[in-house]
Design a protein around this ligand. Structure first.
Ligand code: AP5
Ligand code: MG
Length: 216
């Protein structure tokens, strides 16, 4: 089952794709996490990507496409995968269709206002990448990850002015992908504004119904 998860910054892509990955036994591939790890380790990729990410812009298509192409060749992708944060532009989506057969694109509909609220104060686990928010999705113990206990951090690009830029970039460059997948009959859009458990159940049920009818 090869899936793409679409949605604005803060719509819950990371939250839902990690749960779906566990549920269906396929890897979650987050291009944002791959890039942040590269920045942290100061690799050549990290050095290329850092300035783009800090300012809320997308890293160039050719850079990210190469990374995804390599990642999809790994053994854990044989039964499928869920892409979180890729594709982000029409050229990325077209290239992905040449590399693999994407059966469905799940899209999380969340208002821009709600995304801004969720990202302000978002806490991220640098170890297992889970995210929390003191007001909408608090960790059980303040500042510690529920899953692994690591100290939670604020992401560099969650500053209000960078969030604004990321949302603008999303509207201009990524939102057209909704129509791209709709036109090819692969879009499954869900209301992402409900609580995380509710959104997860909706996504899971939708996918299970497609699996049981042999559609995917
Ligand atoms: P990336 O890491 O992909 O960031 P993003 O798309 O901006 O999305 P976020 O990770 O901020 O939000 P999310 O949708 O995952 O929400 P989350 O689940 O955390 O990309 C970062 C940067 O890398 C880009 O700006 C770009 O520079 C670069 N990049 C990455 N991929 C690229 C590509 N393909 N091409 C070019 N450049 C690329 O949830 C958000 C918060 O809300 C959390 O606090 C969470 O706990 C809470 N929450 C989640 N769901 C709910 C809910 N249902 N109700 C209430 N709260 C909720
Ligand atoms: Mg994310």
């Amino acid at each position: 089952m090869n899936l793409v998860l679409l949605g604005a910054p803060g719509s819950g892509k990371g939250t839902q794709s990690s749960r779906l990955a566990k549920e269906f036994g396929i890897p979650q591939i987050s291009t944002g996490d791959i890039l942040r790890e590269a920045v942290k380790n100061k690799t050549p990729l990290g050095q290329k990507a850092e300035e783009f990410m800090k300012s809320g812009r997308l890293v160039p298509d050719e850079v990210i496409i190469d990374i995804v192409q390599e990642r999809l060749k790994q053994m854990d992708c044989v039964k499928g995968y869920i892409l979180d944060g890729f594709p982000r532009t029409i050229p990325q989506a077209e290239k992905l269709d040449q590399l693999s057969m994407i059966q469905r694109a799940l899209s999380l509909d969340v208002s821009e206002e709600e995304c801004v609220t969720r990202l302000s104060g978002r806490l991220t686990c640098p170890q297992c990448k889970l995210t929390f928010n003191p007001s909408t999705n608090p960790p059980k113990k303040a500042d510690s990850c529920d899953a692994c206990g690591t100290k939670l951090i604020l992401r560099d690009d969650d500053k209000p002015e960078t969030v604004k830029k990321r949302l603008k970039v999303y509207n201009q460059q990524t939102e057209p992908l909704i129509n791209f997948y709709k036109r090819s009959g692969r879009l499954l859009a869900v209301d992402g504004s409900k609580d995380p458990e509710n959104v997860f159940k909706t996504l899971k049920n939708l996918l299970q119904s497609k699996i049981s009818t042999g559609v995917i």
